[in-house]
Design a binder for this molecule. Structure first.
Ligand SMILES: Cc1cc2nc3c(=O)[nH]c(=O)nc-3n(C[C@H](O)[C@H](O)[C@H](O)COP(=O)(O)OP(=O)(O)OC[C@H]3O[C@@H](n4cnc5c(N)ncnc54)[C@H](O)[C@@H]3O)c2cc1C
Length: 425
């Protein structure tokens, strides 16, 4: 059981995702006996082969250099670096944001060997940690809580497909297809993903994915799409009062600690980083709570301010953002400068955060005194019938589904997120 003084061996981690495994690797490498318990059958089982982006623009240091400095092998999972992205404006104009360096890297989530989840699992085992899958423990017995999302503030829905099209990335700001958020297309080595993010709770949410697929087909007619499965997930956006429970000394890491970008849902970098910081405190280093407040919280607060600004905008403002992004690229010669500034803490964003967070966030229950971002209500403009082209995308998927195509995530008619992949008790 956790103590207020540093826990003695064995150390118990609840959750074998990125944050829990990162903590376990650092602790086990330092010679600690570590046990990691996960309710699912494997690390990455929360995901189903989805592509995710490790952004590289919000901080000066390259994330892979950070990984190496913490002792993780960044070559042990497949990652594909990109320096260009198609930016699709709400009026369908396509421009390109470019950078001289690595703008972001795409990794796969899931249980396949080359995923980032499985690489962290291998590193944890090699370091000497013991992993217990399909294992449910009481939260009070954990020294580190790393369970990922609990509630739902937003969902993402995607279709994975085979294609002969070369590697390509597109990012779209369009309030109809991705209410309050964004959609994206990722193609890596013959496998594609079209995904839309719903930052407002919708009825019949599949129509947003069907319409997004139809839109990408119209904009990129050369891309052939042969659906394999439909995937998705939920995001839980919380801002914690404590990162370490003062009564028990338990550390809350990754999404369990609310360490995720509220604006666009980037969370992997903070998940790994927070796992490392929690392990460092246990090994006698600086207070985890202090380190989170110093290194990560300013970014989370900035993202709350960004989210408030995004909640207010529709396509007219999205268009202005795209235009400003491209103008800044032309002026500076760097397509990452504008987006990097959007993510970085500033005095203005601190003021926006202070003024708006009391209205946006609702006090939740629990030892970390979380402030939760509720899943926002749909707007009148979110009510539309899908087009004929979207009907076709739906029919194509239904045919694949009848032939055994797998769905790993759904949201019901009330918009409640539901992970279909089995969690055994
Ligand atoms: C569809 C989607 C797309 C995303 N795209 C991106 C992206 O492009 N870039 C990015 O940076 N981030 C992205 N994110 C966010 C990112 O996935 C998360 O922030 C990150 O995985 C959080 O890591 P974690 O360790 O907190 O949780 P996870 O990696 O989810 O791990 C949590 C683990 O805890 C386990 N668990 C849950 N409950 C219990 C329990 N009671 N007991 C024991 N174990 C438990 C789960 O089974 C899981 O293995 C996306 C999220 C979703 C849903």
């Amino acid at each position: 059981m956790a103590e207020t003084s540093p826990p003695s061996d064995p150390i118990t981690v609840m959750g074998a995702g990125l944050s829990g495994l990162a903590a376990a690797i650092v602790l086990a490498k330092a010679g600690k006996e570590v046990h990691v318990h996960d309710i699912r059958a494997d690390s990455g089982a929360r995901f189903d082969g989805d592509f995710q982006a490790l952004e590289n623009w919000s901080m000066d240091e390259d994330f892979f250099d950070q990984l190496e400095a913490w002792g993780f092998d960044a070559t042990s999972f497949k990652s594909t670096a990109f320096s260009v992205v198609d930016l699709i404006h709400p009026d369908d104009e396509i421009t390109q944001a470019k950078s001289d360096g690595v703008a972001y890297r795409i990794v796969e989530r899931g249980t396949s060997e080359h995923t980032i989840d499985q690489a962290f699992k291998r590193m944890a085992i090699e370091a000497g940690a013991t992993l217990h899958y399909k294992s449910r423990i009481s939260q009070k017995d954990a020294d580190i809580v790393a369970c990922g999302p609990k509630d739902t503030s937003a969902i993402a829905l995607g279709e994975i497909f085979h294609t002969t099209h070369p590697n390509h990335i597109a990012f779209q700001l369009n309030d109809k297809l991705a209410p309050g958020a964004y959609s994206y297309l990722i193609i890596i080595d013959g496998v594609g993903l079209i995904c839309t993010c719903l930052w407002r709770k919708q009825k019949k949410s599949d129509r947003f994915l069907n319409e997004t697929i139809a839109c990408y087909q119209r904009l990129y007619p050369e891309i052939d799409i042969h659906p394999i499965k439909r995937v998705g997930g939920k995001g839980d956006f919380t801002l914690n009062g404590n990162y370490t429970d003062p009564a028990t000394g338990q550390h809350y890491v990754g999404e369990s600690g609310g360490l995720q970008d509220f604006m666009w849902g980037f969370g992997m970098r903070m998940a790994v980083w927070s796992g490392v910081l929690a392990a460092e405190e246990i090994l006698g280093g600086t207070s985890y709570d202090k380190q989170v407040r110093r290194h990560l919280l300013p970014y989370v607060r900035t993202s709350v301010a960004n989210r408030w600004l995004m909640n207010r905008v529709g396509d007219r403002m999205f268009k202005r953002m795209c235009v400003n992004w491209m103008k800044d690229q032309k002026r500076s010669g760097n397509g990452l400068r504008w987006i990097g500034r959007l993510f970085r803490p500033t005095l203005f964003k601190r003021l926006v955060f202070r003024m708006t967070s009391p209205f946006m966030l609702k006090r939740g229950k629990g030892p970390t005194r979380p402030l939760r971002l509720p899943f926002r209500k749909a707007k009148a403009r979110d009510n539309w019938e899908q087009s004929k082209e979207a009907d076709l995308a739906k029919a194509r998927w239904e045919a694949v589904r009848r032939g055994g195509g797998h769905v790993s995530f759904a949201s019901d008619s009330e918009g409640e997120a539901q992970e279909i992949s089995a969690i055994s008790s």
